[in-house]
Design a protein around this ligand. Structure first.
Ligand code: ZN
Length: 288
């Protein structure tokens, strides 16, 4: 959904509240204090009165939308802008677009990114796995050696797994040891049924112990047909263009959030804009 569609669908604070109520309660308001569903609407205030504990509440109580004092329309616009920005959006830009202080825009940006965090569904079918390196400068080689790239540099390593025709999961990783890589596979891939494809990196050597494992032989890649890691490699290309083009320097602290955002957007490529927007609002409502 673009911002014009947001304005049309949610022209007022009231229409935003109605949407949150639909998403949170599915038409049956529930008191956040005592859990009672015996409530009456206080229409003028866009709140509800609980006949159980006699308190009044709005749909935002206990959610991230409460206590920000921001009109909900700005929240909704921020969600749309962030979802639509293929390479992510800098908080300063968000601040300009929504006429917000940079600090507030930064808070919205980080919260919405947090809502884009991966769920725990396991990847199925054919899963490609690979690693890449993001941020920082490559370590200088000795004398006039060209700077090293990839494995063996001081950049942060990121491990990714993608189900062909499905979702991607990517994590900032410590050392790329066999033990860590196997742990990631166990947590993110259905090891009983899926088939894993990787390159010949030694960290993957023992994968066949836990999952059916095929290895890309780069020398014969044209003969191998379906045994490739092209899908995860194109995801890395997108991720790197985003990190380099938009954020210039991604501090290591926030790198996991940036990566989540990229995965979320990539994984949403099968949804319509409206479905993606509603799913994101729901995730924000459920966030603690
Ligand atoms: Zn109550």
């Amino acid at each position: 959904m673009n911002i014009i569609q947001i304005f049309k669908r949610f022209p007022t604070q009231e229409s935003c509240i109605k949407h949150l109520e639909k998403v949170r309660w599915k038409g049956k308001p529930k008191c956040p204090y005592c859990g009672s569903e015996n409530t009456n609407p206080l229409k003028k205030e866009l709140r509800h009165h609980c006949n159980g504990c006699r308190k009044s509440f709005s749909v935002t109580v206990g959610t991230i939308f409460h206590h920000t004092y921001l009109p909900l329309q700005k929240w909704f616009l921020a969600i749309a802008l962030i979802l639509n920005a293929k390479k992510g959006i800098a908080s300063r830009q968000l601040a300009r677009d929504l006429e917000l202080p940079v600090k507030t825009a930064w808070f919205l940006n980080m919260r919405i990114r947090k809502a884009m965090k991966a769920d725990s569904t396991l990847l199925q079918g054919v899963v490609e796995m690979d690693e890449t390196y993001v941020g920082g400068k490559p370590r200088k080689g000795k004398d006039d050696d060209p700077p090293k790239r990839g494995r063996g540099t001081k950049k942060t390593s990121v491990v990714g797994m993608v189900e062909r025709g499905g979702s991607v999961k990517a994590k900032v990783s410590g050392k790329l040891k066999a033990k860590n890589l196997m742990g990631l596979v166990r947590m993110n891939v259905d090891t009983e049924k899926a088939i894993l494809i990787t390159d010949e990196f030694r960290g993957y050597l023992r994968m066949a112990r836990i999952i059916e494992h095929l290895v890309v032989n780069h020398q014969f890649q044209f003969a191998d047909g379906d045994i490739h890691t092209n899908t995860i490699e194109s995801f890395w290309a997108l991720l790197k263009r985003g990190v380099i083009g938009q954020f210039h320097k991604v501090s290591k602290e926030y790198l996991p959030e940036y990566i989540n955002e990229f995965c979320y957007r990539f994984n949403a490529r099968f949804y319509s804009g409206e479905v993606l927007f509603d799913r994101t609002v729901k995730r924000l409502l459920l966030m603690t």
